[in-house]
Design a protein around this ligand. Structure first.
Ligand code: NZQ
Ligand code: ZN
Length: 393
């Protein structure tokens, strides 16, 4: 195991009606003027924004609102939010929604108190300071409620890039699984896929002797395999939604990733798909993960065989571990299909003729030098072959 530090100071409140604590939590974490930042309207229609406003009102905390965050959130609204926060002297950002509303809030939080262009943080500059952020989560997926990360798409060039820093870890996150019951099945499934991707990206490590984090990841993957189909069959199943929601947080606050190298090439490869086609991030991952895993499997076939046996119940073929490894990858692909996720380029809305554009943005865009680094370094030729594997798997 590698040396590591782990800092995960977010205060979580979990369960039914937890959103009514928003006002008291903002007060506890020092907010006196709030921006409520939310998405395209689901939180307004469900009455959630109204309940959050009432909770702030009850604590005597003034607020302004800014809705309209799109899935795969854009830089334009971030600039608007920064201007609004400066003008209104906002000192706390409350995100209400999913990863997109939360990530946009984190970008505004860092950008408001920064003299330069907030995009500097998405071009490699570490985030040292930000306004405090709290979240009311409405979809179990991105894990942004417990992560130090934010992903934004720059409209000029449509580059989708991440920024990081402990300063943008939420001060508190409110997790009420009942809020996720209004999700369309496709979004529920995309969320399940993203959670599993966050686990796999950590499982694919070049660090030896990491049994504790391997076992934690396996437990969370098994939970998703159990609860995923239950919630797709019965969207009102509160207990299944509760387990998925907490798994989503556990998968991405890095408790399962400490002390080990991680991959993240699948996320980078997917981000170009959701940047170009505006598909759901999880749907893009459902097509991406099996393709990447098939391509890199031989780098450490025993790692893929291990997850196949321990998580997917495959029989170990000691003479031909690559057979076991491949079986595990096919079970993962079949699982994604079974919950309604796409399995190829066409179902995702992606086009073969765009592969050179995808590869250029991935390997050369925004200052990259032709290779992306993770479990296995991948150059432009590798990435071209991986996108080709998604056409007709
Ligand atoms: O915008 P509204 O109207 O709210 O609709 C949203 C949106 O259309 C809808 N939705 C959310 N909660 C709902 C609901 N509809 C009905 N009832 C509810 N309770 O679902 C759609 C997707 O929402 P979004 O916030 O985009 O989903 P998600 O949480 O999957 O976030 C995706 C974004 O997070 C990034 C992704 O790249 C993508 O941009 N990621 C962020 C990470 C992080 N910050 O740590 C890590 C991830 O790997 C990921 O890259
Ligand atoms: Zn993700």
């Amino acid at each position: 195991m590698q040396n590591f530090t782990f800092y995960s100071p977010t205060f979580f409140t979990f369960g039914k009606d937890a959103e009514n604590q928003a006002g008291s939590l903002v007060k506890r974490f020092g907010g006196t003027r709030v921006l409520i930042h939310y998405g395209g309207g689901s939180a307004v229609r469900s009455g959630l924004i109204g309940r959050v406003q009432a909770s702030l009102h009850a604590e005597g905390i003034p607020y302004v609102t800014l809705g309209g965050v799109q899935p795969n959130p854009r830089s334009g609204l971030v600039y608007e939010g920064i201007d609004l926060c400066r003008k209104e002297k906002v000192d706390f950002i409350l995100a209400v929604g999913g990863g997109s509303a939360i990530d946009s809030s984190k970008a505004i939080a860092a950008g408001t108190i920064y003299d330069g262009d907030f995009w500097d943080f998405y071009s490699g500059k570490h985030i040292e300071k930000a306004l405090p952020v709290g979240t009311v989560l409405t979809i179990a997926a991105a894990g942004s409620e417990g992560s130090p990360d934010s992903v934004i798409t720059k409209e000029e060039g449509m580059f989708k890039r991440g920024a990081s820093g402990d300063a943008i870890r939420p001060k508190f996150s409110i997790l009420n699984p009942a809020l996720t019951q209004t999700l369309p099945p496709y979004q529920t499934a995309a969320g399940i896929t993203d959670i599993m991707a966050h686990l796999y990206e950590r499982y694919l490590t070049n660090t030896k002797e990491v049994e504790v984090t391997d076992r934690l990841i396996e437990a969370l993957l098994l939970t998703m395999i159990h609860e995923g189909p239950r919630v797709i069959a019965d969207p009102d199943n509160y207990e299944a939604r509760a387990n998925i929601m907490w798994a989503g947080m556990m998968a991405h606050n890095n408790a399962c990733g400490v002390g080990r190298s991680q991959d993240w090439n699948s996320h980078n490869i997917e981000h170009e798909l959701s940047a170009l086609y505006d598909c759901a991030h999880g749907a893009g991952l459902a097509v991406t993960l099996p393709a990447v895993f098939t391509y890199v499997m031989n780098h450490d076939v025993m790692r893929f065989a291990q997850v196949a046996v321990r998580v997917w119940g495959c029989q170990m073929d000691f003479a031909h571990p690559e057979v076991t490894a491949r079986e595990g990858i096919e079970k993962l692909r079949a699982f994604f299909t079974s919950i309604g996720m796409p399995k190829n380029f066409a179902e995702l809305g992606a086009k073969e003729e765009d592969i050179p554009t995808l590869v250029k943005a991935l390997c050369r865009g925004d200052g990259r030098q032709g290779t992306i680094y993770g479990f296995v370094p991948l150059n432009e030729d590798d990435c071209t072959k991986i996108y080709q594997l998604m056409i007709n798997p």
